[in-house]
Design a protein around this ligand. Sequence first.
Ligand code: PDD
Length: 281
Amino acid sequence: GVAYMDGQYLPMSEAKISVLDWGFLHSDATYDTVHVWEGRFFRLDLHLDRFWGGMQRLRMKIPYSREQVTDILHNCVALSGHKSAYVEMICTRGGSPTFSRDPRQSENRFIAFAVPFGSVANKEQLERGLHVSVSEIVRISPKSVDPEVKNYHWLDLVKGLFDAYDAGGETALVLDENGNIAEGPGFNVFVVKDGGLRTPAFGVLPGITRRSVFDLAAEINLKAVAEDVSRSDLSGADEVFITSTAGGIMPVTKVDGTPISDGSVGPVTRRLMDHYWKKHS
Ligand code: PDD
């Protein structure tokens, strides 16, 4: 992979930041991940919107325009030589030259990189569906950290993953403050019931892939709503799938060890997966 920082393009192994950077010390950073497929960026504008929105909410500024960032991202991909890549743009609080604890004294930093494509689900899991376990852990409160700011607060999600592994699952879903389903480590979740789609509304990252599912559903006349999803909505669903830039639309066929419907990938999920990948070509 190739990274960009401080005006230079570097091999990933040479892209290093100070351990005193607040992004590292305090998770005081925002980022976004875009998918490049066969050399083309997928919905880059939406990712840039979310990245700029996050920086604004966190009161961070970078000395680059959207056009300049777009060029930097394209250059990272071109220099990396990868046709299919994950491209990340990051803004960290940085640090203060005088070690001030006042975030206003920090020099915000912009870092970008392009690395090979990697997915939440491997090939086998995409074919047979993921096995997910629900963790009791509650996703960080939207009252304290705005979930619309794409953030590196992942201690809850990582705890959820270990809970899931302990319970025999392959990945995790964590809860919102009311005990409903929120999201997972790097993905949103949808349930299909009686031909309609539902995804949690609040306390989750508004995923770009989640949004793509709403667009696809409208195109093929499926009803889709953002509303609370309880644990029983999940276990009683006809179909379940998760969505992420890291993998697209990915089927879930088991929740907490119990098959969803007959345990195979459902027709609505398959249709959405096909349509989603058609948009990439
Ligand atoms: N993660 N929820 C969380 C907590 C996420 O980190 C992500 C994305 C999503 C899905 O959003 P999108 O469809 O825009 O990718 C939901 C990215 C892929 C990452 O971890 O790099």
